[in-house]
Design a binder for this molecule. Structure first.
Ligand code: NAD
Length: 392
């Protein structure tokens, strides 16, 4: 009898699970249903470009129906409300419920506000296409307002968090704001673009040399870095830093960190600090009928340290989960997850970037890093757009 595979989430982990499961199982062997809150697969590694108006929405929001064309994968555009592991049922916000034989949790991560007073209520986040569109519309409107009111808070943009998300966003804004200012008759010199980072340095995953390169490149384009200064409170449009100084801003974007998905953390599955713990084959350690892909799970490396939640990991997890579900149905041995790290690339605006490539971390700066980042995105798009061949 046909098995029911239910996948929650249409990000990197969920999409790749669906494609991989279908590549290994015929529609007679398994019905595959993917539930996602949007009708698109969103390329969240490129959202910083959408948030600064440097890319069209259609380049980062790919219709799931199109990606699944002729693949017999059902898409349900719904928001998950409850995961009932005992009843083997998932309830969505519209009230419908979905049964499963095998459940795949690929719901991604959530923004962590670390309990900082006023932060969540008074900041933007960058986790979806809607968030990015909101930031771009808001920034444009603030610059337009500034042209009339000359209120410095309209001309002040603060990014909270100097990880990859914050730095990539500030780089894109630094490149796009001059044109937005020109369109509104505003002198770009009036704009204050600040990045606030709690730790002594931005981007600690890179070498001191690459960090210096990123810092000087962005400073030359008008970014001011405030490091070793955690945001401690936000009150309306006033951001307070640890040393007591305040910044008045009408645009605060919070990129200060992520945490596990709360639906997953609270569904009764075994978790470690809010992220589901998995076997080598990416099954839940507590519930063998549940597989995990992407940021909502935690995978430990050989030294016992968790891997960071990244797109490349989520993608590889999804591919293995699809194959392992098929193996479990066919009585074959499941493969162990053994990630391949292609390195880390950070864009610093339209034409600049830094990167540490491959397992050995060969360093790249400038155009080569920027081109490599574009190539890595193109590679992913071609992969999901048809390189999957049916194995059955
Ligand atoms: P992050 O956790 O990597 O960085 C958040 C930063 O915010 C940290 O540097 C932290 O010190 C800082 N911070 C925390 N509290 C603060 C406070 N109170 N005030 C000021 N700063 C504060 O988060 P991220 O950048 O969103 O990245 C999340 C994950 O996604 C990471 O694993 C990252 O590698 C991955 N990612 C990768 C790429 C890429 O490969 N290009 C791009 C974006 C995200």
């Amino acid at each position: 009898m046909s098995k029911q595979i239910l996948i929650l989430g249409g990000g990197y982990g969920g999409l790749l699970t669906a494609l991989s499961a279908r590549a290994h199982l015929t529609p007679e062997e398994a019905t595959i249903t993917l539930i996602n809150r949007f009708d698109t697969h969103q390329i969240i590694t490129e959202l910083h470009r959408l948030a600064a108006g440097n890319v069209a929405e259609k380049a980062v929001a790919l219709p799931l129906q199109k990606l699944f064309k002729n693949k017999e994968i059902n898409v349900q555009v719904e928001t998950v409300h409850k995961i009932d592991l005992e009843a083997k049922k998932v309830v969505v916000e519209s009230g419908y419920s979905f049964d499963y034989d095998t459940l795949v949790l690929a719901l991604g991560s959530e923004t962590n506000f670390f309990g900082i007073p006023g932060l969540q209520e008074n900041s933007f986040v960058l986790k979806s296409v809607n968030d990015a569109n909101r930031i771009f519309a808001h920034v444009k409107e603030r610059v337009r307002q500034y042209s009339q009111t000359k209120d410095a808070a309209d001309a002040t943009i603060v990014i909270g968090g100097g990880g990859l998300t914050g730095v990539e966003l500030v780089g894109e804004l630094a490149d796009e704001l001059p044109a937005i200012c020109r369109q509104n008759g505003v002198d770009f010199e009036d704009i204050q673009l600040k990045l606030v980072e709690a730790m002594p340095s931005i981007l600690p995953i890179f070498s001191a040399d690459l960090i210096a390169r990123a810092t000087s490149s962005l400073e030359a384009r008008g970014v001011e870095f405030l490091t070793a200064l955690p945001i401690t409170e936000v009150n309306g449009n006033v951001v307070t830093l640890k040393d007591g100084r305040t910044i008045e801003t009408n645009t605060l974007v919070w990129t200060g960190g992520v945490q596990g998905n709360s639906l997953v953390a609270n569904c009764g599955i075994e978790v470690n600090r809010g992220r589901a713990t998995v076997t080598e084959g990416l099954q839940s350690v507590s519930h063998p009928d549940v597989f995990l892909a992407g940021d909502c799970a935690v995978v430990f490396g050989p030294e016992g340290r968790p891997y960071p939640p990244t797109a490349q990991l989520a993608w590889q997890m999804g591919e293995l989960v699809g194959a392992n579900i098929a193996a479990s149905y066919k009585g074959n041995k499941m493969e162990s997850f053994s990630p391949v790290f292609s390195g880390t690339l950070a864009s610093l605006g339209r034409k600049d970037g830094i990167g540490a490539i491959g397992e050995t971390g060969i360093e790249l700066k400038g155009t080569p890093a920027s081109l490599m980042k574009k190539a890595s995105n193109a590679r992913y798009l071609s992969h999901i757009n048809g390189l999957f061949t049916l194995a059955y």
